[in-house]
Design a protein around this ligand. Structure first.
Ligand SMILES: Nc1ncnc2c1ncn2[C@@H]1O[C@H](COP(=O)(O)OP(=O)(O)O)[C@@H](O)[C@H]1O
Ligand SMILES: [Mg+2]
Length: 318
């Protein structure tokens, strides 16, 4: 268990924006991406993004994300090759620069979510077809779907929300070819089934997740971005699921969902209007949950690197 003292000290050293002289920078919501020759250096910052906006920073979040992606990329190599070349720093990985395919492959096993684009929000509104999948009447919040479903979405421009589409809509729009789509569909399904079963052995439910694919300079499709991290996925503790579901409550979840829920319950914020200020106690609790997530998934103790980040970056990335 990580001490309160380390978490509290971590608050002042969080990585918000990096400015490293190592290549051209493009900033995602969470990662700073530097072009370095034919490669990219992806620096996982401590920014917390939810509802498609950056809300605050969370101590050690970048390290946790980097570690978990590294873990899952290694574990899933038998299903698909990925972009990772090396992991030279606790906050960074060097990856093959790819042409991202413009669709996020979302897979869901449960009827849940709180954002305006979530499957539960659509269901609650009365929609019974989601991305081409028929949903029966009478389902309850957090109920398991009969089978995991693929609900692809477009990658939204900055400040916009993603849009969920059916396979037919994607193919007819010409966003990706049928062959590419079917490869991604097949791989995403395998990855999810594998993630679900591995998580289960750790007492976790992989509720839903999102995969991104890219084409290498040789034209091969590989898994890019991040995989099965608490930022790209929702996890619940299995032992809290059944009881919570029956009582109509939320199962215990990791981090990002925790902050989203806090915002919704305490402030009624669901992503519209002025971004509220997140208090330190919520940032600390989120950090605790990210670290708990990491330890639970990997089965190993998380040892945060406490060195001043810039010094470390100079040594490891320049
Ligand atoms: N191997 C890769 N090649 C090209 N782009 C990549 C690769 N891996 C990840 N990316 C892109 O880098 C960005 C990662 O930063 P992130 O903070 O997740 O951004 P976003 O706000 O788009 O989610 C994403 O836009 C992702 O599509
Ligand atoms: Mg992202």
């Amino acid at each position: 268990m990580i001490s309160e003292k380390i978490l509290r000290e971590g608050l002042v050293n969080t990585i918000e924006n990096t400015h490293l002289p190592i290549g051209e920078l493009s900033r995602g919501k969470v990662r700073d991406c530097y072009e370095k020759g034919d490669n990219l250096v992806l620096v996982a910052t401590d920014r917390l993004s939810a509802f498609d906006v950056v809300l605050t920073t969370i101590p050690f979040k970048g390290q946790v994300l980097n570690k978990l992606s590294d873990y899952w990329f290694k574990k899933t190599k038998h299903i698909i090759n990925n972009h990772v070349l090396s992991v030279p720093d606790p906050n960074a990985m060097v990856v093959v620069k790819c042409e991202p395919l413009p669709i996020e492959m979302v897979v869901r096993a449960y009827l849940t979510g709180v954002t305006s684009t979530s499957i539960w929000t659509a269901y609650e509104r009365g929609e019974r077809i989601f991305c081409g999948h028929h949903l029966p009447d009478g389902m309850k919040k957090h109920q398991r779907l009969e089978n995991p479903i693929l609900t692809p979405s477009t990658k939204a421009e900055k400040g916009q929300h993603d849009r969920s589409l059916s396979k037919e809509e994607i193919i007819s729009s010409g966003l990706v070819s049928v062959e590419d789509f079917e490869l991604m569909e097949n791989v995403a399904t395998h990855l999810f089934v594998y993630g679900l079963s591995l998580s289960r052995t750790r007492g976790l439910i992989l509720v839903d997740t999102k995969y991104e694919f890219g084409k290498t300079p040789e034209g091969k499709i590989v898994l890019i971005d991040e995989v099965h991290t608490p930022d790209s996925s929702r996890y619940w503790y299995e032992n809290t699921y059944q009881g919570a579901f029956e009582r109509g409550e939320d199962p215990k979840s990791f981090d990002k969902e925790y902050v989203r829920r806090w915002l919704k319950e305490e402030l009624g914020y669901v992503g519209e209007g002025t971004i509220p200020k997140i208090p330190d106690h919520v940032r600390i609790e989120a950090a605790r949950r990210y670290i708990e997530a990491c330890e639970c998934i990997t089965g190993e103790q998380f040892l945060p690197d406490l060195e001043e980040p810039l010094k470390r970056f100079e040594r490891n990335l320049f």
